[in-house]
Design a protein around this ligand. Sequence first.
Ligand code: IDP
Ligand code: MG
Length: 152
Amino acid sequence: MQTRERTFLMIKPDGVQRGLVGNVISRMENKGFKLAAMKMMPVSKDLAARHYEEHEGKKFYNGLIEFITSSPVVAMIWEGDNVIKMTRTLVGETDPQKAAPGTMRGDLAIFTGKNLVHASDSSESARREMGLFFDETEVCAYEQSREGWLYD
Ligand code: IDP
Ligand code: MG
């Protein structure tokens, strides 16, 4: 069985509170990506700081940590060819007012500080973020029968 590229995708507290968990998951499933891991969880201050370490010192940093720890998130790993870049495309620009219609943020959000989802932006961040949120034993490698209809 082939393990394809993997990325980390997280539905932030606003997405969970607004009842958009299913909508986000449907978009990823409908595209053809395979779910490899998923859990609903609170984010501790420590995990938030490690996840967002690249933003430490920026003016929005404290608010971001406050927000991401304010209510549970849904953390996921998705698998597929070029999934890191394609998920960023499906998510849309950081500012929902600039995000194209058809993207998650373009369709479902209004404000940068409440932009629904996080998605890894490179293979290094994907590896790092998957490791922060999941143990190896929580990640499922399995055959999905539709793969022959998605890839050569
Ligand atoms: P990304 O989520 O599209 O990768 P980043 O620049 O990595 O965007 O920023 C991480 C998160 O920090 C954003 O998703 C958003 O929630 C928050 N953020 C970024 N810039 C701002 C800002 O100018 N004001 C408020 N929040 C921001
Ligand atoms: Mg980012």
